[in-house]
Every structure is written in structure tokens, then in C-alpha cells.
Design a protein around this ligand. Structure first.
Ligand code: SAM
Length: 271
């Protein structure tokens, strides 16, 4: 396959795989390179269900946005938003209300470049090149200030991103910093890899991952993931495996938790 190099920022080394492009490949996207696909194939050898998990994660994101929209949320902060694919947050939110505002944040240059193309001319959505490990900078970013009114409830989306933050960088402090900026009535949705369902498989996936990508990858226990919801009231059905969170129709996830390594949940910041 010919690499589509015309849209690649010049500083991207396409020989080095990235988390964003690995995920793009698993979702069937076109913004990945040979190195990403080679890594994905090793990843799939360790977790043959990875493509299905990626799709279920994406569907959880869609259901989370719809749930928040139904709860009156009209502004979203999506950190670790990834390479745009089908069912992007602004598309889902704008189906309900064209005036809904979405601020995307990522560190991956390809995710940022492609998001800029998709969002060109859109007054209600933007992508910011910022690092979740520096939440104060995200909150103070001019583009975020223009899109998110922190005096009003907002939806904070941290979907499949917190496991890229090491314990040493205190991801709980990071989430608490973002939470403290949110108005009462705001929501947090997250998906986080766990090593509780199938430790051997998660260990194998993490090994593949760490051998190829310099960024951190940390699966966590249910208790550790639950701590991200400190200061939020977890809504039903609580912290569950991907696919078990209010599925629209009976899905393959029910009863097979070890096939779905991610725990997902939504919390509401009380008054
Ligand atoms: N949230 C999207 C979803 O669930 O469909 C994309 C998830 S993708 C697996 C993880 C994304 O997090 C990648 O695009 C990656 O570049 C981004 N990411 C990783 N570490 C990050 C950090 N420290 N700050 C911002 N984004 C980060």
C-alpha cells in the first residue's frame, strides 16, 4: 500500500509507531504507516480481540456523549481525542444540537494535523496540541477558554488515555485538577485498561506496547481506576467492562469480561 505522505507533518518519523496510529489501524482507519501496522499485528497476536475492543471503546464514547447530551451537556472537553474517525464527538453532539461546543486535545502530531483538516471552518470545535500531564496548561489555553465556559456544566472525556500516564506522574492529581475546574452538574467519562480480567494477556499486550512505543502504558486495578471518580457520583451501572455500559442492544461483551480489558464509567460532579 502506498503511504499517504502528503498530509503528514514534516517532523513525524513514520518509522516510529504511535499509540494514536495503532488505534486508528485497529479501527480500520487510513492514517497509519507500516510501522504502526507491524506493531498492531504483534498486538493482535497478544490480544486477538483488539479490533473488537477498539470498536466497542469507540461505541462507549458515542453512548457517553449521547448520555451527557440527554443530561443537558452542550460543551465537551475530549482529552486524548485521537485521530478523527467515524462518530467523532462533535458529530455525535451536533446531531443533537448544532451549537454544542467541543474542545479536542491530543499530543500526537498526526491526530492534531488530521483533526485540523476535519475541523477547518468549524466555529464550535477545535483541536489543541497539549499534554494531559499538564492540565493547568490545558485549562488556561486560549482556544479552550473560547469554547468551554467553566461556569456551566461540561462533559470531560478521558477515554482510553489515562493508561498512558504513569503512576509517577500522578494521574489522579491530573484528573482532580480538571475536576476542580468543572462546574457542578458536569460529567466525567473514562475508559481505562485493567489487568484484573486477564492479567497474562494484559502483560503480553503491555510488553509488545512498551517495546515499540516510548510512551507509558499502565493497566490498573479496578480500585485504582475507581479513584479517578473521587469527587464524582458514579452513575448506573457503575464501573463495568466495555460493552456493558448501557448497551443499546445485547452485545457480545455480556458474560465475557476477560475479552474486554477496559473498564468504563461515567460520573457526575454533584452540586
Ligand atoms: N479517546 C479516543 C477514543 O477513545 O476513541 C482515542 C483513544 S487513543 C487509544 C489514545 C489517544 O491518547 C491517542 O490519540 C494519544 O495520542 C493520546 N494521548 C496519549 N498520551 C497523551 C497525553 N499525555 N496527552 C494528550 N493525549 C495523549
Amino acid at each position: 500500500m502506498t503511504e499517504q505522505l502528503d498530509w503528514v507533518p514534516s517532523h513525524v518519523d513514520i518509522a516510529v509507531p504511535s499509540a494514536a496510529r495503532l488505534y486508528d489501524y485497529l479501527l480500520g482507519g487510513a492514517h497509519n504507516f507500516a510501522a504502526d501496522r507491524a506493531l498492531a499485528n504483534r498486538f493482535l497476536a497478544a490480544q486477538p480481540n483488539a479490533k473488537n475492543i477498539a470498536r466497542l471503546n469507540r461505541d462507549f464514547l458515542r453512548r457517553a456523549v449521547l448520555f451527557m447530551v440527554a443530561g443537558g451537556i452542550r460543551q465537551f472537553l475530549d482529552v486524548g481525542s485521537g485521530i478523527p474517525t467515524q462518530g467523532n464527538v462533535h458529530e455525535v453532539a451536533h446531531q443533537a444540537d448544532a451549537g454544542a461546543r467541543v474542545a479536542y486535545v491530543d499530543i500526537d502530531p498526526v491526530a492534531i494535523a488530521h483533526s485540523k483538516v476535519i475541523l477547518a471552518g468549524n466555529q464550535n470545535a477545535a483541536i489543541i496540541d497539549a499534554d494531559l500531564r499538564e492540565p493547568e496548561k490545558i485549562l488556561a489555553h486560549q482556544a479552550i477558554e473560547g469554547l468551554i465556559d467553566f461556569s456551566q456544566p461540561a462533559g470531560l472525556l478521558l477515554v482510553a488515555v489515562l493508561h498512558f500516564i504513569a503512576d509517577a506522574e500522578d494521574p489522579w492529581r491530573i484528573v482532580a485538577t480538571l475536576r476542580d475546574a468543572l462546574a457542578p452538574g458536569s460529567y466525567l467519562a473514562l475508559c481505562h485498561g485493567t489487568d484484573e480480567s486477564n492479567p497474562a494477556q494484559m502483560k503480553a499486550m503491555t510488553k509488545v506496547y512498551r517495546s515499540s512505543i516510548s510512551s507509558q502504558s499502565s493497566a490498573r486495578s479496578r480500585a485504582q481506576i475507581m479513584r479517578f471518580f473521587d469527587g464524582f457520583d458514579l452513575v448506573d451501572p457503575g464501573l463495568v467492562y466495555i460493552g456493558e455500559w448501557r448497551p443499546g442492544a445485547p452485545g457480545p461483551a455480556a458474560g465475557e469480561p476477560d475479552q474486554f480489558w477496559g473498564l468504563v464509567g461515567i460520573g457526575r460532579k454533584p452540586a
